[in-house]
Design a protein around this ligand. Structure first.
Ligand code: UDP
Length: 538
């Protein structure tokens, strides 16, 4: 036997012995299954049972230790889509002694990130549900570096966008089906299970009609850090726009078509005096599309997943989203929400076809391409007569699908008029520097001095120092907000002041205790924190 092989054998026996003696160790972050990510040592997976296995021994750890609440409804969400009941993660438990009777474990030496992709054939889902969450889950845990390996457990095949997933780590991602070829019992030396939801901005309408998430926690900065990483991996340089400005029309070639696209492209070129290029996922490579979009002044497209590519647009660019007849743009805003995230610095414009003459419907197509022939006659007629799809839940509403898969002859004067209401001169990256918005710290050394005049009048002189960070910043406008509250009262008097001191006399009574709250405001809308409350007795 070669030296190498025997070394592997020694390692194998050591690993097996560690598993038998130590069992599985799990420590998680998050209080609920919807915000939980777990780190494991020696988590195993039976490819026959298609179940994860947790081995109990004298040294195993399970935190949180939920008892049967682990099944109510699950330990955690395996995808970034919140609380979706097809995406739950759990494991079955065994004593480590059972390993004696089980297939010999195969050890996975790489640090693993184990998760589900949600819908890997749809580009919006790919970026929003998978790529961004995977990227930022890897940023959260330092041993999930470029040498980590991704394991996709949702059970799909690679899908058309698999090359994008491959950019996130140097190791080939593995799919659930491929695990069978590795062995009957796999044991992950170190693994993380679950995805961070911190970057997602949209909910798809599983429990309430679709819309922006209630509490968005991501800004354009983090989106752009991610796109910078992706572009480096795609070998696309972030060169300063090398001259000519242009418009990109992102077309769909299979369905939801723009019927007069050639005419539209000419009209845009004419109106904005810019070269106008058309791209599609069918006819261009992903890198070419990113390269073009990352220097474009305007991106125009029908509503659809391809519009998620606006995350590659440069700051200052304009996104124009076209909606087919009877689809209210306000009800479908994944791309509007993205474009208007703070710090994305994109202009967003929606245009809707409001003319029945300009739409082409496909009632006889299969239901998943918007056909309605399977519905009863009265329902078909109602849908055809309707002028707006009512709000609905995901994902099979036939009226929505019918309208979503219409083709549209774009009314060009109407579209240009809509764009012109927002884009007054030339669209595109402004030369001005986009200043990030920084918030003030607390005001410091707040003091008050009271003076009483007679039995009914009093004055309160309040002063404070600037927030500590202001001395290092250039801020256009600095104001202070002061609230004066009589102790024990629910109401207060608010003031906006420009200086660092003020003497208050209206409604100030003698022999009374006042609570004084002070905060700093930069540029009208950047509100800082209140300093500790100041107690002032007159
Ligand atoms: N797609 C495309 N060209 C087409 C139709 C679809 O590139 O003509 C892409 C689309 O961008 C998405 C995927 O195919 O990534 C699925 O499209 P679908 O219409 O199901 O979803 P939607 O775009 O409405 O989210």
């Amino acid at each position: 036997q070669s030296q190498e092989l025997s070394e592997v054998q020694i390692d194998y026996h050591a690993a097996l012995q560690a598993l038998v003696e130590n069992g599985t160790r799990m420590v998680c972050t998050g209080r609920m299954h919807t915000d939980r990510i777990c780190r494991f040592e020696s988590l195993c997976y039976s490819t026959e049972a298609e179940e994860f296995v947790y081995f109990h021994s004298n040294s195993s750890v399970m935190l949180p230790n939920l008892g049967s609440r682990r099944f109510q409804p699950a330990l955690l969400d395996l995808s970034s889509v919140e609380d979706h009941n097809t995406q739950y993660f759990n494991f079955v438990e065994l004593p480590a002694a059972a390993l004696k009777f089980m297939p010999k474990p195969v050890f996975v030496p790489d640090v693993a990130l184990i998760a589900n992709r949600f819908n890997p054939d749809n580009l919006m889902h790919v970026f929003h549900d998978d790529l961004l969450p995977i990227y930022y889950t890897m940023q959260q845990f330092s041993d999930l570096d470029l040498e980590a390996r991704l394991f996709f457990m949702e059970g799909w095949s690679e899908g058309v966008h698999f090359d994008l997933y491959k950019l996130l780590s140097n190791k080939q991602p593995l799919l659930r089906e491929e695990l069978k070829t590795l062995g009957r019992l796999l044991c992950f030396t170190k693994s993380y299970v679950g995805l961070s939801k911190i970057t997602t901005w949209y909910q798809y309408g599983f429990v309430q009609p679709q819309g922006p998430k209630a509490n968005i926690l991501v800004s354009g900065n983090e989106i752009r850090q991610f796109t910078k990483f992706m572009m480096q991996k795609l070998n696309i340089s972030l060169e300063e726009s090398s001259g000519e400005e242009y418009i990109v029309v992102f077309s769909r070639t299979i369905n939801r078509l723009i019927l007069n696209e050639a005419e539209l492209i000419l009209a845009l070129a004419q109106e904005f005096q810019m070269k106008t290029i058309s791209v599609s996922l069918e006819e261009h490579s992903f890198s070419d599309i990113v390269r073009l979009i990352s220097n474009a002044s305007m991106l125009l497209s029908m509503h659809g997943a391809q519009l998620v590519m606006s995350l590659f647009l440069p700051r200052g660019a304009t996104v124009v989203e076209l909606f087919p007849y009877a689809i209210n743009p306000e009800h479908y805003t994944p791309y509007k929400t993205l474009a208007t995230l703070p710090g994305m610095d994109l202009q967003y414009i929606a245009w809707q076809n409001t003319d029945r003459e300009d739409t082409v419907t496909y009632p006889d197509r299969p239901w998943d391409q918007g056909g309605i022939a399977h519905l009863d006659k009265a329902e078909q007629e109602r849908i055809i007569k309707s002028t707006e799809v009512p709000r609905h839940l995901c994902c099979r509403n036939p009226e929505w699908l019918f309208r979503a898969y219409q083709d549209t002859k774009v009314n060009i004067p109407s579209l240009i008029h809509t764009i012109r209401q927002t884009v007054k001169s030339k669209p595109g990256p402004k030369k001005q520097k986009w200043s990030g918005s920084l918030y003030p710290g607390k005001v410091r050394d707040a003091k008050c001095q009271a003076s009483v005049q007679g039995t009914s009048e009093a004055k309160l002189a309040v002063s404070w120092q600037i927030p500590w960070n202001l001395r290092y910043l250039k801020v256009r406008e600095v104001k202070y907000e002061v609230w004066i509250q009589e102790q024990g009262e629910n109401t207060y008097m608010p003031y906006i002041l420009s200086h660092q001191n003020h003497t208050f006399s209206e409604n100030i009574k003698p022999f009374t205790i006042y609570l004084v709250w002070i905060r700093c405001i930069f540029n009208k809308n950047l509100l800082g924190p209140f300093a500790n409350v100041l107690l002032c007795s007159t």
